[in-house]
Ligand binder design. Sequence first.
Ligand code: SF4
Length: 466
Amino acid sequence: MAKCKKLVLVNPSPLRTGLSVSPNSRFSPLGLAIVASLTPDNWEVELVDENFETFSFRDADLVGITAFSSAAKRAYEIASIYRAHRVPVVMGGIHASVCPDEALQFVDAVVIGEVESVWHNVLDDVASGGLKSIYRGSGEQLHNLKTPRRTMLNPGYKFASIQTSRGCPMDCDFCSVTEFNGRRYRRRPPEQVLNELETIPQELLFFVDDNIVGYGPHDRQQALELFQGMASRGLNKRWLCQASLNVADDEVLLESAYQAGCRMIFVGLEAEVDEALAGVNKRLNLSRSASAYSGAFDRIHKAGIAVLGAFIFGLDSDTPEKLYRRTEYMINSGVDAMQGTVLTPLPGTRVFRQLREENRLLHTNFPDDWDRYNMTEVVFQPKNMSVGELTHVLRDCGRRMYDLRVLKEKAGRTLKATGHADSTLFAWQANLSYRTIALAESTYSGSVLDARTFSPSATDCLPITV
Ligand code: SF4
């Protein structure tokens, strides 16, 4: 019998990583579990997850690594260790897909796009000694996807992750989803998702889709089948998903989502005024802003579900006064959990290209500077204020927004609006995670914070009192 080869998969995590400072806002590397599921049995597979353990060298015949941009430098450090031992390294994921030339300075091969259609070629080429530099995955239909090998993922993750769709037609200026997964929105058949859900032991789930309900009547019907199937199979999950604001257009769909266990929906609102939304091509929210948002929040609440509203600070039309107003809007609106991040020009986006052309990127010593592109550090010259001013406003707004009195008051309103303690708890815990991130930013500014050992202070863990 042929000797087993060994594949080591690595999820790199740099020391200080913006949003991932809070343990509760780190999500499992589902992509690596997918790669493991595509790897035949004659390969032994080990997964090293730096969210839980610092990488140390172990023997391998092949290394697979993935990274968001903020972790790219760390990924290259680990890759370089293996290349020094003449072990081939393949990199995939969003960063390598949009910066393949950079990645190829540190790794032997890059998988661009979705991995399913090309992983067997990578393994065959490794076996024959003919590894190529680039493998281009096709954005194919999502029928008959393999079930990710979740047993490889660290049990310390609070939420199990699952994906039901890929692709987004909206192509917002600051987002790289359309570049990576394409404009065509593709769904997995509900039956296959339900079968996969039955293999997941955890009660808490995160649907990682960018928009779980999609964009048309067919998508809506499939989402409905999924939610109804979850309820009728008695899966007993409680979950968080992401959706565009159109999720609030359909009360039947929202009601079934709640019955299936949905407790909070992450909605990319970005801003409360049309001027800011138009500036980043957030078409779906245009003309729905501010007053129209509140009708959407009401409908989501009526179904018993909390709203996690994500907002961007530092858009070209923003001034300090407008950002203070945005903060007050976040606090006083029907948003239950508040995410405020700084505009981050991620590679592969129009915002990145625009700011580079306008010479407004402040840190371009790549790959070293990628770890600054973490959604909390200002890495570009804002249009209507200095970098120092925007940084100061961000800290001020974070302190105001995540003040425990504000959060408790918000939790009281969420409980009243949704009528459900567990939806309120979802929102409360999300706010505490964002509070941890805001505290880390203001307390540890300029120093290196080890995301693996940082834990919130005791006051962050106050029990909910609503
Ligand atoms: S921000 Fe959301 S709607 Fe816009 S392109 Fe990205 S995934 Fe699509």
